[in-house]
Design a protein around this ligand. Structure first.
Ligand code: ATP
Length: 238
């Protein structure tokens, strides 16, 4: 397994209740996985723990062979090399599309950045927009810039929190398709969080259903859609 999460315990500092208790999940390399569940089920918390924005009280997180969290280890978020795409896209308003995309690219040899930029602009269909500012492009285009920026660091893993929630319905269905194609082309493992069955059905290879911090069903998207194991899961797909 490429991503392995084992026996995590976690609660927020200002709270007495554990959001996750003995939580484990794993993801295979190259899969697009959707964590699906009702509001408050703990979806964003799982992403925040993988990204390194929260530290668990106990448990292990591994990416490939690298332990990023265990009892003695906590790799800081910026050292994890994970691409993150959160719902507000968080583009820098004073930077052009090009500058936004290249923001996290440190190195390297002469010409590396331009080559990387060209590749990402092509992949995300943004070639004509490289000199525009975020306020000069549409919501869907901003979303693609955010994706290109997340991909620019060649991450082993991309995390997305409700990536479509700010788009209108028409745009949502187009962008879902585009996003899936782009991610599949890169082959990068992806985990995204949603409460919307259409996101899960249209993008994910696998679905993990969360309720109260526990996995209550997981499997291929077709399996879960056709054989929900409980009323809770059936309701998510109703
Ligand atoms: N910063 C925080 N401090 C205290 N409790 C929090 C904090 N953030 C989330 N929680 C609580 O942790 C639980 C899980 O929240 P989380 O945001 O992970 O759920 P979610 O499934 O992503 O919900 P949503 O779909 O509404 O974003 C909830 O009970 C929530 O109230």
């Amino acid at each position: 397994m490429f991503i392995q999460i084992k026996n995590l315990d976690f609660k927020y500092k200002n709270s007495k209740v554990y959001v996750l208790r003995n939580f484990s999940m794993s993801v295979e390399k190259g899969d697009i996985v959707c964590i699906l569940g009702e509001s408050g089920s703990g979806k964003s918390t799982v992403l925040r723990l993988i990204a390194g924005l929260e530290e668990p009280h106990k448990g292990i997180i591994k990416i490939g062979q690298d332990v990023i969290v265990n009892d003695n280890t906590f790799i800081y978020p910026e050292k994890r090399g994970i691409g993150v795409l959160f719902q507000d896209y968080a583009l820098f308003p004073h930077m052009t599309v090009e500058e936004n995309i290249l923001f996290g690219v440190k190195k390297k040899k002469q010409g590396y950045k331009e080559q990387k930029l060209q590749e990402l602009l092509r992949l995300t269909g943004l070639e004509e927009l490289r000199d525009r500012y975020p306020y000069q492009i549409s919501g869907g285009q901003q979303q693609r810039v955010a994706l290109a920026r997340a991909l620019a660091i060649d991450p082993p893993l991309i995390l997305m929190d409700e990536p479509f929630s700010n788009l209108d319905a028409n745009l949502q269905s187009r962008i879902r398709k585009e996003l899936k194609e782009i991610i599949k082309k890169t082959g990068i493992t992806s985990i995204f969080v949603s409460h919307d069955k259409d996101d899960a059905i249209n993008i994910a290879d696998k679905i993990i259903v969360l309720k109260d911090g526990k996995i209550i069903q997981q499997g291929s998207t077709e399996d879960i859609v056709s054989n929900p194991n409980s009323e809770y899961v059936a309701n998510l797909f109703a």
